[in-house]
Ligand binder design. Structure first.
Ligand code: N01
Length: 557
């Protein structure tokens, strides 16, 4: 009997396996959650639908896939030994290396025995009699658990576009978010890539080198900054390691996006043209996401944002030789950064290759996919293989696939029909003892994910320990606290330029999805402080209950 069952004293349906915690997903969030729960001496079962650990890095193995946060920062910080022993080979780690790291973590911390692979969680229902969750998996089994933690990832539900004729295409169809495990060789093939988000921007230059011809179908041009990827030297790694305590502290507590970098102290319009240009130039030369940290008001002030957007548009015009193609590649319908900014290696230069064609499907939409061609604007583009880089049902998509039933049988999908509602992105009222890691309403996808994952896992672990120490039975968000938090998340977002873009942050990429800015944009440092303050005030805004038998004892004494 585990620690929690002995406190709760509940009995469960005969024969059902019982755990203190069921964790859904064995990506970076699920693995660290398991490690921490073990530290509390709790029993936990992790279900993972993939064939191995790694989450997003298990699925997204398309050509050119690599992280857009520097590898020395996109890594766990919870173990000094792990930090010391793992050598990242490049400034931005390629997908196979990140997956290897995930596997190393699973082995090093002996996590595998508690992870069940190739198993989807289909249903989780809260039983108000026992105050436990009943969790049904794709292998037909049902287990019970006191807590459920959704570590399902924010960008894990790959979205197939609804294009006429797609099912009848005769060649191979690939989605970047669901890439096959066998090697894919496009040599000698005519390939179409549909979509121009981060996944396409990384894969297009690599596919162009293999394919006999590559046609890129672009609906919305995107801003992208050169990665300037390079091998990491021993000296660079050592310099990082020597400063790790400060780098990690800064990323957690100070940086808005969980990435250590210089913080700008002025706005873009505070500098004259020459000075501003030289700042952008130096950020462009250095490369990477921190381009947007050149000034402190790029996400807030349209006129300031325009200066950065114009700089990037000019760079595109310099790189791309054909003026018409350059014009099409220059984003013109959203502020820079309001859609997730991309980081690339030779993306724009790829359009100078003779075997690459850009098709503007904003003005000439795809009408149909034929067995051997894509028809757009009345013209047929003959292709042998299709790559769909069409993104994800982000932030809520993976949660929505699970039939989650809370109090009174209400489903989470019903509750979130008009947009996700959470308190702190961690819990949703009416769904006791159900935690979400990096859920909507938390900084999540606006941050270095591992920083946000570690913060949530640590908070949830402390919270469960708090409940155990006080013999508490359930915890859930109070409606009022949740409503106030949802309003706050919206208010902060409305003060920025982000809602001006039709982005997946807004749910705008999924037809019919409510358009609400889902992540919390207040910054990871501010958010961490809010979460810590809530915990310090005995989990203010959350209702906690004692077990029924304790209530009865108290009443009779
Ligand atoms: O997906 P996206 P993604 N017909 O949604 C187009 C992270 N990530 O997989 O913009 C035609 O950004 C769509 O067009 P539009 C990162 O956070 C990180 O690329 O809707 N086109 C868009 O161009 C990123 O933001 C890394 O007009 C259609 C594209 O498909 C997030 O994942 C690498 C269409 C989808 O772009 C998602 O990126 C990769 C249709 N029916 C991803 N439907 C790194 O760490 C959609 N599109 C580097």
């Amino acid at each position: 009997m585990s620690a929690l069952q002995s406190v709760s004293g509940k009995s469960h349906a005969a024969g059902a396996e019982t755990y203190d915690v069921v964790v859904v997903g064995a990506g970076f969030a699920g693995m660290y959650m398991l490690h921490k729960l073990r530290g509390l001496g709790l029993s936990a079962r992790v279900y993972e639908q993939g064939g191995d650990v790694g989450g997003t890095w298990y699925w997204n193995r398309y050509p050119g896939a690599r992280c857009d946060v520097e590898s020395m920062q996109y890594s766990y910080s919870f173990s000094d030994e792990l930090q010391e022993e793992w050598d990242w080979s490049e400034r931005y780690a390629p997908q196979p290396e990140i997956l290897k790291y995930a596997n190393h973590v699973a082995d090093r911390f002996k996590l595998r025995p508690d992870i069940q692979l190739n198993t989807r969680v289909d249903r989780a229902a809260f039983d108000e009699g026992s105050n436990c969750w009943s969790v049904t998996t794709s292998d037909g089994k049902t287990v019970t658990a006191k807590y459920v933690v959704l570590a399902t990832g924010c960008l894990s539900n790959a979205r197939m576009p609804d294009i006429k004729g797609l099912a009848g295409f005769r060649g191979k169809v690939y989605h970047t978010g669901h890439w096959p495990h066998e090697p894919v060789d496009f040599k000698g093939q005519r390939v179409a890539v549909i979509g121009t988000g981060s996944s396409a921007i990384q894969s297009v230059p690599v596919i162009a080198e293999q394919a006999s011809h590559l046609t890129v179908f672009q609906r919305t041009a995107n801003f992208s900054i050169p990665a300037r990827n390079a091998a990491l030297t021993v000296e660079e790694r050592n310099a990082f390691r020597a400063n790790y305590p400060e780098i990690r502290r800064f990323a957690r507590e100070v940086a808005r996006n969980g990435i250590y970098t210089e913080m700008p102290d002025r706005g873009a319009l505070d500098d004259g043209d020459n000075e501003r240009r030289s700042k952008y130039e130096s950020r462009w030369t250095r490369g990477g996401l921190t381009f947007m940290m050149a000034y402190n008001n790029l996400a807030l002030d349209k006129a300031a944002n325009d200066t950065a957007a114009n700089f990037v548009r000019e760079k595109i015009a310099e790189i791309v030789k054909d003026p018409q193609t350059a014009k099409l590649l220059q984003p013109n319908n959203h502020p820079i950064g309001s859609k997730r900014i991309c980081v690339d290696t030779d993306y724009f230069a790829t359009f100078n290759r003779p075997n690459v064609t850009l098709v503007d499907i904003k003005s000439n939409p795809i009408e149909e996919i034929l067995p051997n061609a894509v028809r757009a604007g009345g013209k047929d583009y003959a292709v042998d293989a299709l790559v769909l880089a069409t993104g994800f049902d982000a932030m809520t998509g993976s949660v929505a696939k699970i039939d989650i039933r809370g109090r009174n049988g209400q489903t989470l999908n019903q509750k979130w029909a008009e947009g996700p509602k959470t308190y702190l992105g961690l819990m949703s009222a009416g769904f006791p003892n159900l935690f979400i890691i990096t859920g909507p309403g938390s900084p999540s996808v606006l941050s270095n994910m591992i920083v946000s994952i570690e913060q949530h896992v640590d908070w949830i672990t402390d919270c469960i320990a708090y409940m155990r120490d006080r013999h508490l039975d359930t915890m859930e968000a109070k409606r009022e606290a949740e409503d106030n938090w949802v309003a706050h998340v919206n208010e902060v977002a409305q003060g920025t330029l982000y809602p001006q873009a039709n982005s997946w942050y807004m749910g705008a990429n999924i037809p019919g999805k409510p358009q609400i800015f889902m992540p919390y944009i207040g910054g990871v440092g501010v958010y961490r402080q809010i979460c810590n303050d809530v915990a310090a005030k005995d989990y203010e805004g959350f209702a906690m209950s004692v077990p029924e038998r304790t209530q009865k004892l108290a009443a009779s004494s």
